[in-house]
Design a protein around this ligand. Structure first.
Ligand code: AMP
Length: 417
């Protein structure tokens, strides 16, 4: 595989898949440009080398149809400002050959939203999975997806994937396109490389003790993650809404707390597996309960096995936090995904803020810490600690799938794994 940093883009046209799926307000203005800033090192290096740049991305979920509200044309000026150079716009991503051919070194062409074409995602449209004709439709769509990817590939000499947020999808622009470049002309961009290295650091090269902190609302969405981590970690802290399923499964009385009855057996299985594998499973012992799901609810700290009826656990109690703090501070590698309470409510954000502080403190003492998943990233940002942890992942879904142990199609397409 070629290393992006060592590649000389002089005189070459590079097509770069970025994640410019930025939030827009009603006027079409960008409200958070983190994703654009994230891709700048890759884009600037290509231009500085004397290469020409073709940028492609998706925005939102247009479901294979043109939707002006999701046009990337709206962000062309912002991209130009960020790059410090004019940006041409190709209003049809599948019909940009002329514009691409005319590009000179140092010039930039931004393609329209890839997902205006159903071929990008490659899923048959307007037909249900149960329809007998579904398989044939899927096959036809896969052929069209390959054609679409080949078209995109024809615009450039080199393919760079810098869109970690979509690396877990086998889409035309994230994976299929790589088939049309030889191994010397496709590579991961700088942002993508950083993400892959960060995840490798925790999954393959972790220093021990290795602690994973898994929180959030549901066990179901993180079951595969938890199972894969049981083979890797020394400590597994489970907090937040998902913790109550574990408590109820053990016979605890959890009042009105969030839980999933159909996952109680799975929870008991995880408890048993942790024991068998020698993993210290650190569930919460005390919780801050509320008498309604609201910021202004009455509150009381209670034993998590004895939550009164009419009350629900909303945040981690002091005793749980003290125990988790000790574990986190003794760790050399920390992975955190998901808040340990309803951190969106100011009055129940304390536990999640404390965890962010402990992770920052452990990092200062030399631990490697990786934070990922939309809500935990929002939490470290909320508490102003993003620059005090080792790495904050930009791709929630992609990071979770990587932690589940899956090979990401966007990475595999380039590395040939
Ligand atoms: P997830 O997307 O699965 O990481 O879950 C994040 C969500 O979990 C956040 O919106 C939190 O408010 C929510 N959450 C965390 N702890 C609790 C809890 N004890 N009860 C209800 N929701 C919770």
């Amino acid at each position: 595989m070629v290393n992006f940093k060592d590649f000389d883009f002089a005189g070459k046209k590079a097509i770069v898949r970025v994640d410019f799926n930025v939030p827009l307000n009603e006027k079409g203005e960008i409200t958070d440009d983190t994703r654009i800033r994230g891709a700048l090192p890759t884009l600037k290096k290509i231009l500085a080398d004397g290469g020409a740049l073709i940028i492609m991305s998706h925005m939102g979920k247009p479901k294979g149809k043109v939707n002006p509200k999701l046009s990337l044309g709206q962000i062309a000026n912002a991209v130009a400002a960020a790059l410090g150079t004019p940006v041409k716009f190709a209003p049809d991503c599948a019909d940009a050959s002329t514009a691409a051919e005319a590009l000179k070194p140092g010039e930039v062409l931004l393609l329209e939203n890839l997902r205006f074409y159903p071929e990008e995602e490659g899923k048959p449209v307007g037909i249900d999975k149960t329809d007998p004709a579904y398989d044939a439709a899927k096959k036809e769509m896969k052929a069209r997806q390959a054609e679409f990817a080949e078209k995109l590939a024809s615009y450039a000499d080199v393919y760079v994937n810098d869109a970690f947020g979509t690396a877990h999808r086998r889409h035309a622009s994230t994976a299929v396109i790589a088939d049309y470049f030889d191994a010397e002309h496709k590579m991961l961009g700088l942002l993508m490389e950083k993400e892959v290295v960060a995840i490798d650091n925790v999954l393959r090269n972790a220093r021990h003790p290795f602690t994973a902190i898994i929180g959030g609302s549901k066990v179901s969405s993180k079951l595969a993650v938890i199972k894969n981590l049981l083979d890797k970690v020394d400590n597994l802290i489970i907090g937040g809404g998902m913790g109550f399923t574990f408590i109820k499964a053990q016979g605890g009385h959890i009042g009105d707390s969030l839980h999933e009855d159909d996952l109680m057996d799975e929870a008991l299985g995880i408890i048993a597996a942790a024991k068998a594998k020698g993993v210290n499973l650190a569930l919460s012992s005390r919780t801050v309960a509320a008498d309604s799901f609201s910021n202004d609810a009455n509150r009381q700290e209670v034993d998590i096995f004895n939550i009164p009826d009419g009350w629900e656990g909303m945040d981690a109690g002091e005793e749980s936090l003290a125990r988790w703090r000790e574990i986190i501070l003794a760790s050399k590698t920390i992975l955190w995904n998901g808040p340990v309470g309803v951190f969106e409510f100011e009055n129940f954000a304390h536990g999640t803020g404390e965890i962010a502080k402990y992770v920052a403190e452990a990092t200062r003492n030399g631990a490697y810490s990786l934070i990922g998943g939309g809500d935990s990233v929002a939490a470290v940002n909320k508490f102003g600690l993003a620059d005090r942890v080792s790495y904050v992942s930009t791709g929630g879904g992609a990071m979770l799938e990587a932690i589940e142990g899956k090979v990401l199609p966007g990475v595999a397409a380039i590395k040939g794994e």
